[in-house]
Design a protein around this ligand. Structure first.
Ligand SMILES: Cc1cc2nc3c(=O)[nH]c(=O)nc-3n(C[C@H](O)[C@H](O)[C@H](O)COP(=O)(O)OP(=O)(O)OC[C@H]3O[C@@H](n4cnc5c(N)ncnc54)[C@H](O)[C@@H]3O)c2cc1C
Ligand SMILES: Cc1cc2nc3c(=O)[nH]c(=O)nc-3n(C[C@H](O)[C@H](O)[C@H](O)COP(=O)(O)O)c2cc1C
Length: 490
């Protein structure tokens, strides 16, 4: 119908107009062909820019929020994509024009573990190399910690130092963040629209996000009471340790999932400032231990300057608990440290009190009838007095609920033996499980255990998969991103 020169002209025009203008044009041409009056062309609409959402998370809150934000921005007509900052380096940001950062804070004002290299990369960068980047930062934190939202404020300062421009004021949210995120997202969209031009919104479907319980019993702001039903020391005579198994009955139904922790509120001290609550991994299964919450608490000790023994505040408070005593608690959800699908194998590495969540995992899987296999690496000082929950593990092995258990008792021989050594001994079968889709869970001491386990896994991948160090690092980073390598370390 069109001759060659008309086609060229049409193609030239189409190359310069937006999708909205194309849609308007199709209607206009149809109307004109029908003999209707010509209406004015729509005002020139700015193309809305693409937005990168970067999140840094330890327990999944920022990740879930990133998904919500992506949908909100898409609804507002922006192209939006979200990813963890785990692999983001300064070079990635220099290619980026608009980014929103959702950053939680852990440790003592630190970024989440997986975000550490991103923060290092920013700290080491020099010059105004982010001059093309516009950004917004949302911090998630807990104001009972000394450095509230430290990671988010550090990031904001670093971005500004490197020449990036803020498009929306930094916002820091406390443990009740869920009640404020809608308002924050609305404000962000307003700031973006005022800069990049408001156009029609393109509705999209809302993706489902994990259930986040709010209200009584789910933050330190609204703890509930729980009664100590039972408390027993798990270590035997001769042990250097006192590890307590404590069973609590909450005063009202308190939903939790295996992998969550319990926040323990501490009594107000003489100086009148309420101490920061302490978290303990939940060691029970909601299915197998209905209405109860179990903890595995190691009494923390130190030498005082005068040579006497001193105790950690919360662990001593819990260790002294008697049956019938009341403690104020809340569930601190961890949306990442969760059991996988029923048929997926799991490898659990949890020396010391790191064993706690895995006790819950194995009971839960047995109760559900999961078909995935379960492999536990546990370690402590001495087999005869520190094998926590020994009888239960033996029972699980007998019923098949536990497929393998590998034990590292560090002080039972001349050379220290730790869980990472046991993993290396089992390299070939471990790798076969990982190749077959197993998820890897690490719980317990961050330093040095979780780093040693990480190094052992890397070594196993190098030797079994014939990979270079860099390839193995990538392999592990992929597992992390897929949620198949998860840590709950402290
Ligand atoms: C997600 C998560 C899960 C956790 N799960 C568990 C778990 O399942 N089991 C468990 O036992 N722990 C767990 N923890 C650790 C727990 O929360 C506490 O950090 C731990 O019990 C120590 O707290 P505390 O109040 O007893 O010690 P604090 O009073 O906080 O003291 C910390 C350390 O410093 C020492 N110390 C205190 N004062 C002095 C001083 N004046 N001089 C020298 N040293 C001193 C203490 O002995 C202790 O070792 C978990 C932590 C997190 C974040
Ligand atoms: C062990 C631990 C340490 C924390 N340290 C801090 C801190 O130093 N400052 C702070 O503001 N929040 C701190 N928080 C609170 C978290 O930032 C907050 O729970 C946040 O919602 C977690 O988000 P995420 O699930 O995305 O990691 C800490 C939380 C935990 C469990």
């Amino acid at each position: 119908m069109l001759d060659a020169s008309q086609k060229t002209l049409l193609n030239q025009l189409l190359a310069t107009i937006t999708r909205d203008q194309q849609l308007w044009l199709s209607g206009y041409l149809w109307g004109k062909a029908e003999g209707n009056e010509i209406t004015a062309l729509p005002a020139q609409q700015k193309e809305k820019p693409a937005i990168e959402i970067f999140y840094a998370t330890e327990t999944g809150n920022a990740k879930a929020l990133a998904l919500q934000l992506m949908n909100r921005l898409k609804n507002a007509g922006y192209k939006a994509k979200n990813s963890a900052v785990n692999r983001v380096k300064i070079d990635t940001l220099t290619q980026c024009t608009l980014a929103v950062f959702l950053i939680s804070t852990h440790g003592e004002g630190d970024p989440p573990t997986s975000a550490q290299s991103f923060f290092d990369s920013l700290r080491n960068a020099q010059g105004t190399i982010l001059g093309d980047l516009s950004y917004a930062v949302l911090g998630l934190g807990d104001s009972s910690y000394t450095i509230f939202c430290g990671a988010a404020t550090t990031l904001d300062a670093q971005l500004a130092r490197l020449g990036a421009r803020s498009v929306h004021p930094i916002t820091l949210l406390d443990v009740d963040y869920a009640a404020h995120t809608d308002r924050w997202m609305d404000g962000l969209v307003q700031s973006l629209d005022s800069k990049y031009g408001a156009t029609t919104s393109t509705p999209t479907t809302t993706a489902t996000t994990p259930t986040v319980h709010t209200g009584k019993g789910y933050s330190r702001l609204e703890p509930i009471e729980a009664t100590v039903q039972h408390s027993v020391i798990l270590n035997d005579r001769d042990s250097n340790k006192q590890t307590y198994h404590i069973e609590l009955i909450p005063s009202a139904p308190l939903a939790y999932a295996c992998g969550d922790a319990l926040g323990i509120m501490l009594p107000v001290g003489d100086d009148g400032k309420e101490p920061t609550p302490r978290l303990y991994s939940i060691a029970s299964s909601p299915l197998a231990h209905k209405g109860e919450i179990h903890l595995t608490v190691a009494l923390a000790t130190h030498k005082n300057a005068d040579g006497t023994v001193g105790y950690g505040l919360a662990s001593k408070y819990l260790a002294d608990m008697q049956e019938g005593d009341i403690v104020r608690v809340y569930v601190a959800q961890n949306q990442l440290f969760k059991l996988p699908a029923m048929d997926v194998d799991i490898i659990m590495i949890g020396p010391g009190t790191g064993i706690a969540p895995f006790r819950g995992f194995v009971y839960e899987r047995a109760e559900r009838g999961d078909t995935g296999r379960n492999w536990l690496f546990f370690g402590d000082q001495h087999a005869h007095c520190d094998f926590l929950y020994q009888a239960e593990w033996q029972e699980h092995l007998a019923t098949g609920a536990l497929t393998h258990i590998d034990l590292a008792f560090s002080r039972d021989q001349e050379h220290k033996v730790y869980v990472q050594h046991k993993m290396l001994e089992r390299a070939s079968e471990l790798m076969a499980w990982i190749r077959g889709g197993a998820s890897i869970y690490v719980c317990g001491a961050k330093d040095p255990m979780s780093h040693d386990v990480d190094a052992a896994l890397r070594q196993i991948i190098i030797s079994q998969e014939k990979m270079s160090d860099a390839q193995a690092t990538d392999y592990l980073a992929d597992l992390l991103e897929l949620g198949r390598y998860v840590k709950d370390v402290y």
